[in-house]
Design a protein around this ligand. Structure first.
Ligand SMILES: C[S@@+](CC[C@H](N)C(=O)[O-])C[C@H]1O[C@@H](n2cnc3c(N)ncnc32)[C@H](O)[C@@H]1O
Length: 238
C-alpha cells in the first residue's frame, strides 16, 4: 500500500465497517465478564477499543495494530480510560498472556482464519472466545453489483464456506450476524467527507488517483449496499 492510500485512510473514526452495537452483541454472546481481559486485534484507529472499554468498565484492554499512526490515534481516543486500556504497535499473531475475549474487526483475513485461530487458541482463558468479522456473500449467488464491488481483489466466501473453515479448524460457532448497510455507512460516510476535503487541498497526482479509486469503491458499495457484508462470528474451541 502506497503513501497516497494511507493519506486517504487517515483521520477516520474507523478503518472498516462496524458499529458499537456489534461489539455489544459479541460481548453478550461470548458472555464476557465485567472484570475481564480483552484484546482488540488489528484495532485500526480504535473505534471498537473505545466501545469495548465503555461496555466493560473495569476490563483490561490491549489494542494491537501494525501501523504506528493507528496506535497513536487509539492511545489518544482511549486516554480517558487510564492505564486499563493500552495500545501497542505489534503483530496480533505473536501475542502473550490470556484473554477472555479476542475481538478482531476486519483484520483476520490478512492471515486466514485457520492460522489466526491456531495462534489465538492458547491465549484464551477457559470459556474465552474469539469474535471476528470476515467478508462473506449474503446472497447465493451474489448479484453482479456485489461482485463488481469486491472486484476480484478479495473473493468473499459463502456463509457456509466460512462456517466450514471455522469448524475444520476445530472451533464451534456461538453466534453469527451480518454487518451490512449502516455499519458500512459508518465507515464510508466519514471517508467521503475526507475525500472532499483532500481533493481540494492537494493536487498530488498519486493522491488524486487514490481519491478517484476510493470514490469508485464507495459508488460500487452504494450500488449493492443491502448485499455488501461482513459476517461477524463469535467462536469458541470446545
Ligand atoms: C480493515 S482494518 C480494520 C481496523 C479496525 N479493526 C476497524 O474496524 O476500524 C485492518 C487492520 O488490521 C491491521 N493488521 C493486519 N495484520 C495485522 C497483524 N498481524 N497484527 C496487527 N494488526 C494487523 C492493519 O494494520 C489494519 O489497521
Amino acid at each position: 500500500m502506497n503513501e497516497a492510500f494511507f493519506t486517504v485512510h487517515r483521520d477516520l473514526p474507523r478503518e472498516g465497517p462496524g458499529e458499537a452495537a456489534d461489539v455489544l452483541w459479541a460481548l453478550d454472546v461470548a458472555r464476557t465478564p465485567e472484570a475481564s481481559r480483552i484484546l482488540d486485534a488489528g484495532c485500526g484507529p480504535g473505534a471498537d477499543t473505545v466501545a469495548l472499554a465503555e461496555a466493560r468498565g473495569v476490563a483490561d484492554i490491549l489494542a494491537l495494530d501494525l501501523q504506528e499512526h493507528f496506535i497513536e490515534e487509539t492511545r489518544r481516543r482511549t486516554a480517558r480510560f487510564g492505564p486499563r486500556v493500552r495500545a501497542e504497535a505489534s503483530s496480533y499473531i505473536n501475542i502473550s498472556g490470556e484473554f477472555d475475549l479476542i475481538w478482531s474487526a476486519g483484520a483476520v483475513y490478512f492471515h486466514g482464519i485457520a492460522n489466526v485461530l491456531e495462534a489465538w487458541g492458547p491465549h484464551l482463558t477457559p470459556g474465552g472466545a474469539v469474535a471476528f468479522s470476515e467478508p462473506a456473500w449474503m446472497l447465493d449467488p451474489p448479484s453482479d453489483a456485489a461482485r463488481a464491488f469486491w472486484g476480484g481483489e478479495y473473493e468473499p466466501k459463502s456463509l457456509a464456506g466460512v462456517e466450514a473453515e471455522i469448524h475444520a479448524a476445530g472451533w464451534g460457532i456461538l453466534g453469527q450476524r451480518w454487518i451490512v448497510d449502516e455499519p458500512w455507512a459508518a465507515y464510508y460516510g466519514p471517508m467521503s467527507a475526507r475525500l472532499d476535503q483532500l481533493e481540494d487541498s492537494d493536487p498530488d497526482a498519486e493522491l488524486q488517483a487514490a481519491i478517484k479509486e476510493t470514490r469508485d469503491e464507495i459508488s460500487k458499495w452504494q450500488a449493492a449496499r443491502d448485499e455488501i457484508a461482513y459476517s461477524l462470528f463469535v467462536v469458541r474451541r470446545p
